[in-house]
Design a binder for this molecule. Sequence first.
Ligand SMILES: C[S@@+](CC[C@H](N)C(=O)[O-])C[C@H]1O[C@@H](n2cnc3c(N)ncnc32)[C@H](O)[C@@H]1O
Length: 357
Amino acid sequence: MEKGTAETQLKETESVTRQYAVRPVHSKGQGLVAMSKIRKGTRILAEAPILKVPRHASDLQAVSSIIVKQLRTLSRDQQTAFFELHNAHGKRHDPPLGIMKTNVPPLGSDSYEGGLFLTASRINHSCRNNAQNTWNEKIGCITIHAVKDIEEGQEVPITYLGQAAPYAERQRSLRNKFFFDCKCELCSLPQVKREESDGRQQMIQDIDESIGSSAFGGGIEIGLKSVRVLLELLDQEGITDTSIPRAYYDAFQIAIAHGDKARAKVFAERAYAARVIAEGDDSPETTKLKRLVKRPTEHLSIALAPLLPQQPGKMARALISGCGCKASHHRSAIPTKRQRQKMQDGLDTRTAKSLRF
Ligand SMILES: C[S@@+](CC[C@H](N)C(=O)[O-])C[C@H]1O[C@@H](n2cnc3c(N)ncnc32)[C@H](O)[C@@H]1O
């Protein structure tokens, strides 16, 4: 290797100043790799989309035309970089459409638009991700934040999935939606370890889905206990992404809906702090949480306080005693997670459910 040439010197300077580089990663094609230690909470990347497409259009011909039209407006370098991106769709579509379908995340969880990012497109998936992707509407960029300390040379993956799930379910989703067999650290565990993890992943999923009914139907202590169990399981599974601020936000809603302003404030503070780590202090979600820290009673759920039971119901007692079944009594009581989210003051606690369009 010719040490000292301008090109090598440039590469060496880059590796000192940049936190990451796009490099080949074992059995996953290219990926983002840390070039120095990256501390938890660091913004690794903020990138604007070079192309935008409608997400739910059924007329693929029309979508292709939109892509081709926008491609013509890009520089030659950008066009070259675009055509070098991974295409998981083979010959099913024309290359521009296949590349877009492989690489375009939605611009916000409920957005009708997706965007293409030249660097963020190189970020692989891991079911034990150490980074979080977020569409930050305020700055018009996708941001990638370290949600764990990342060592030099480690890969920087995000999750393409919306929630925890056992191995088989994760593999199925990734194959159906993204056309690959996941080779991440969690999916590569020996069977015994994987089965232990599966038990926890299933419990996380169950609590996440039933937390609305347990929280609102069963009284504040039951609700907060289910959040505590959820946080312990997330910790055991090494999940440190936006699942954490979401859990604290659940706790906040439970507390405020039961009129407990003091604890609501504490949970709002924790949700805020955890969201700053995953998204930075300039994201719209973080800004909304900051407001709630100052004025917790601005949340609409405060209106529920007089309507909620003070004693645990049957479903809640089952949760406390850990009946562990999947029967409807865990799911059917008053507001479900979805219903609660509709009741919210527009606070979107989730990032994009599914990364690609
Ligand atoms: C958006 S691209 C990510 C960057 C891509 N590796 C590249 O070389 O450009 C998604 C593709 O990366 C690969 N990939 C991502 N995460 C993976 C994983 N956990 N296991 C195996 N392949 C993965 C799959 O081929 C997938 O279709």
